[in-house]
Write a protein of this length. Structure first.
Length: 192
């Protein structure tokens, strides 16, 4: 491997697949969750707060329990046989700003850094919104850090609208997040 090829983004395999994650995926989701969350927030959350949060939120026990809960859906994106991203849908108490019929939270959508910009996020959001509809729900909401302009643009392209903001706490650290929601119909699962 040359020095140049070490830092090149991976070639997109001919086959990217998205499937519902199961118990056997707990370790992969735990590792990917810790990595992607840490990389996303390392510049704004102190290292000790981040380590404490990720050790709890992405522990094998926590992920395993979530995978065993019928009301929580994890979708795993695979490039060939290797993981490249995931999403998590969960019922939750929506903030008052969230309207819509029986909203489901898109609690996580993360892509490994080397796969960003390769269409994995588009595939995951499309499958996630379809999963919301399969539950019989007609709206999906999320929180996104106000400083993540790329993600905000992505969610706008997918029809999410900003409806408010609130603080999001990671340990003693609090950051503002936007609240975004999208109303869904069976005929409307495109992003552009």
């Amino acid at each position: 491997m040359t020095a140049k090829s070490k830092h090149m983004a991976p070639a997109i395999p001919r086959r990217i697949s998205i499937r519902r994650a199961g118990a056997k995926d707990a370790s992969v989701l735990s590792q990917m969750g810790k990595l992607t969350f840490t990389q996303s927030y390392a510049s704004i959350i102190p290292a000790e707060e981040l380590a404490s949060y990720t050790s709890r939120a992405f522990s094998l026990e926590q992920i395993g329990a979530e995978l065993g809960a019928a009301e929580i859906t994890y979708l795993l994106a695979l490039a060939g046989t290797g993981p490249c991203g995931y999403s998590k849908l969960a019922p939750s108490d929506a903030p008052p700003a969230i309207d819509g019929s029986n909203p489901v939270e898109l609690a996580r959508l993360y892509i490994l850094p080397e796969w960003t910009g390769k269409g994995i996020g588009t595939m995951l959001i499309e499958k996630s919104l379809a999963a919301v509809l399969e539950r019989g729900c007609r709206s999906c909401w999320l929180r996104v850090w106000t400083g993540n302009e790329r993600a905000i643009r992505f969610y706008h392209r997918w029809g999410f609208r900003e409806v408010g903001s609130e603080p999001y706490n990671v340990g003693r650290c609090s950051e503002m997040v936007l609240l975004m929601v999208r109303d869904l119909s069976r005929n409307d699962l495109s992003g552009k």
